[in-house]
Design a protein around this ligand. Sequence first.
Ligand SMILES: Cc1cc2nc3c(=O)[nH]c(=O)nc-3n(C[C@H](O)[C@H](O)[C@H](O)COP(=O)(O)OP(=O)(O)OC[C@H]3O[C@@H](n4cnc5c(N)ncnc54)[C@H](O)[C@@H]3O)c2cc1C
Length: 504
Amino acid sequence: MVVTSSGDTGESSTEEDGSMVQSLSDLNREDIRRGLAELLGAGKVCVDEDLLRASSVDRFKKYMAVNGVYDGPIPAAVVSVGSTAEVAKVLSFANEHRINVIPRTGVTSTEGGLETIVEDTVVIDGSPMNKILSVDPVNMMATAQCGVVLQVLEDAVRLQGLTTGHSPQSKPLAQMGGLTATRSTGQLSTLYGGIEEMVVGLEAVFPDGTICRTKNVPRRAVGPDLRHIVIGSEGALCFITEVTVKLYKYTPENNEHRGFLVNDMDTGIAVVREVVTNGFRPSVCRVYSEEDAHQHFDDFDTSKCVLIFICEGPKAIVAATVAEIERVIAAYPHETVDPARIEKWFKGLNWGMDKILAEQETMRAEHWLGFTTEISANWSDIGEIYRAAMHRIRTEFPYAGDLTMLGAHSSHSYQTGTNLYFVYDYKINCEPREEITQYHIPLNAIIVEEALKHGGSMVHHHGIGKYRTQWTEQEHGSSFYMLRTLKEAFDPNGIMNKGTIFKA
Ligand SMILES: Cc1cc2nc3c(=O)[nH]c(=O)nc-3n(C[C@H](O)[C@H](O)[C@H](O)COP(=O)(O)OP(=O)(O)OC[C@H]3O[C@@H](n4cnc5c(N)ncnc54)[C@H](O)[C@@H]3O)c2cc1C
């Protein structure tokens, strides 16, 4: 572990693997805890060593964590905030004393965004801010505090025949603050869009304690859209306290499911492209590679790719969308899958605590891990990225023999292109501490490199976190100037989630 700090400029650097950074605070660990307790009351400042250790990582280091290995700095405290005013107090205190802070809500982060690489970090837990503030069926919007679990909000609006349309697989656990901070997307995104298209307005607190609230209106032309400074900021600019999202009519009785076996990824993607660019918007469009399909549908022909559509909305729109899918697929060799099979499969996709615990058990017992890297590209580039990344992993990755599954699926499509969600599972033949460097980092790197080489984006929806920061500048090119300037302007003391989005 390397510590490199150039002293009082606030500039410090880490190894690519998220190594430790020295605290720049003028307070020591005990003083930080004391100061927080004076601000909020001791009951809101958790210093339990087990909880602090668990709070030093997220799912990027899930195999190490399940084996009890925590090799980074352990945070000084986890503080529970109950109001916007409390968030402002904690941030002002941290800013004054240059204490690194990490906002968090549902703790489902996968890219190291919650990893505490700075000594004596304070984790600010927004999950107690869990009130649904309003559901407005006339203006079709709902407002929730950052700690509202998406599933809870969804269940509440469904009581009024409405839906948020947001359905990430982590819906039972992820909360509105984190979902907004990561630019999350859901399984129904081809119809409803990602969170950036759902957020009507929001409230956020900046490091100096300034509270900003944007207006909930359908559209405006009053300068740049300030929501987009906050959406996707991954806790590196501000703390999101409240989010207002759009609502849609919920009509599950109209849903139609379709599934097909096709010969290859190119065919599946070509069908999706044709349907989408012809102006139709199924809520779900998915194409699974042979290997990835096999792990979901092991009773299907394992040499085929699986193409899936779900159509929802008003009956007439659903009927027209289904007709278009059937018209397009008819031009390609395919077999039809029983729609009931697709419907049943889709219902089991989400992840609650039960699946997380079962996964931990498997990791512990079988020294096995499954991970993902998601990228996006235009229609004309996506096939080449798929082939190039798969080829490089199979031929260059020194531990390819440990892979038990290597596949990918396209699951979010747009007028101009689609995403690819690479999925890789491996047996771990090394110490838990080395899992990240031996397997995950090199696999991630190949996929990111190929996406960037072919003009794609290195991250589709999980956020940059701390393990893709070495490519942030390359990803943004000349526009990195704007991103860096935002960081310098809003977080001049560099206290917000150091090492996330930006190199530490
Ligand atoms: C099983 C599983 C399935 C998943 N499926 C999907 C999926 O389908 N689509 C998808 O997009 N993602 C998915 N994810 C990733 C993850 O659920 C999302 O990134 C989600 O948006 C994180 O929300 P959270 O509340 O858990 O945030 P956290 O894990 O608590 O935090 C995530 C990031 O956001 C920042 N943050 C959290 N709260 C705040 C706040 N109030 N203010 C400012 N910054 C904040 C944190 O600092 C961190 O960088 C999945 C993860 C898992 C484990």
